[in-house]
Design a protein around this ligand. Structure first.
Ligand code: AMP
Ligand code: MN
Ligand code: MN
Length: 326
């Protein structure tokens, strides 16, 4: 087994886990496979340690994660009032707001924040935050070794899904030889690569491609070819009967264009409210771009929520991009 970063301060994390009586693991809103994979891997590990542990999130897990063992144990919606965790572990959430929960819920509980976003606000009582990790799932991989929990097939599958998706299928510069060594361990432990790729990349509804047509129709290249823009309005989701998670990955078409340094994808969540995604290529840092617009993220992937008409949102983003691409 490989330790990705041996200089991490795992001691407070291990002590808090040992002392906890009931542990709540929570993922971020609009969960992706990194936050769900991290949550599941930690859940299996803590259960193997004999801990009393449960998973509850604001939003339902995406369909690409339905194949992961334990996903049916995750509940979602408002936090039930009858649960009494003394330790809450947030995974892959850059700020408290990303958990989508009333801050009163955290009163009287120890809050642990395990995350790899550079923009993390260190909102926990214990903060294990390190942007060197390609995925929060990779942090859980290291943590399991410090907790002395054997890597079982369920945890390995969950971490594999986290790393696969957060590295854009091992294509980002965050992937080094140690990441591949970890991946080899995950496969040795039982992560099924074929099942993962089928579930994550080959399980889309046909209607997704109707949505993709609308997105591609909106493609616009600006800034002398250095930025590429896609957008989808609510009417397209209504017509196809789909929702935001069905357009996951569309932005990669914009990023894949030669010469494009920043890709922008704007989708309408509700009237006058837009979820904006950014993807970058070196040397741009789209985490900084999203941060200026009230969101967050990493150098190569970031996002924010904006309000107004589509053209207002586009112009506000454009103002920031003009500076960034200067
Ligand atoms: P997405 O475009 O939704 O796949 O998100 C890309 C990255 O940006 C993820 O790592 C998120 O953590 C981060 N991100 C997306 N939306 C927000 C937001 N509203 N606030 C903070 N971070 C965000
Ligand atoms: Mn995430
Ligand atoms: Mn992540």
């Amino acid at each position: 087994m490989t330790i990705l970063h041996a200089d991490m301060q795992w001691q407070p994390v291990m002590a808090a886990v040992q002392q906890a009586k009931q542990i709540h693991i929570v993922a971020h809103v609009c969960p992706d496979a990194d936050t769900i994979g991290s949550q599941l891997a930690l859940y299996h590990a803590l259960k193997a340690m004999g801990k009393c542990v449960f998973m509850h999130n604001q939003d339902i897990a995406p369909y690409i994660c339905r194949y992961l063992p334990g996903v049916d144990d995750i509940t979602h919606g408002d936090v039930p009032t009858d649960i009494a965790a003394d330790l809450v572990i947030a995974v892959d959430a850059g700020s408290l707001g990303r958990l989508g929960m009333d801050s009163a819920y955290f009163e009287g509980k120890m809050l642990m924040n395990i995350d790899h976003h550079a923009s993390n606000t260190r909102y926990g009582d214990i903060n294990l935050v390190d942007a060197r990790y390609c995925a929060t799932g990779a942090m859980i991989y290291d943590l399991l070794q410090y907790l002395n929990v054997p890597l079982d097939a369920s945890s390995a599958a969950a971490i594999y899904a986290a790393v696969l998706t957060d590295t854009a299928s091992f294509r980002l510069a965050s992937v080094n030889a140690d990441v591949h060594r970890m991946t080899a361990d995950l496969i040795d432990a039982g992560a099924d690569v074929g099942l993962a790729s089928q579930s994550i990349y080959q399980s889309h509804k046909p209607a997704r491609f109707e949505l993709l047509k609308d997105a591609l129709d909106s493609l616009e290249v600006r800034h002398e070819g250095r930025s590429a823009w896609l957008s989808i309005e609510r009417v397209s989701y209504e017509r196809t009967g789909l929702c935001g998670e069905d357009s996951e990955g569309f932005i990669d078409y914009a990023r894949s264009i030669e010469g494009v340094e920043i890709a922008v994808f704007i989708r309408e969540e509700k009237a006058q409210q837009w979820k904006v995604s950014f993807r970058g290529k070196a040397p741009c840092d789209v985490g900084i771009v999203a941060g200026k617009l009230g969101g967050g993220g990493h150098q190569y992937a970031a996002g924010c929520t904006m309000h107004g008409t589509l053209s207002e949102v586009r112009e506000n983003i454009n103002d920031i991009l003009v500076d960034t691409l200067d």
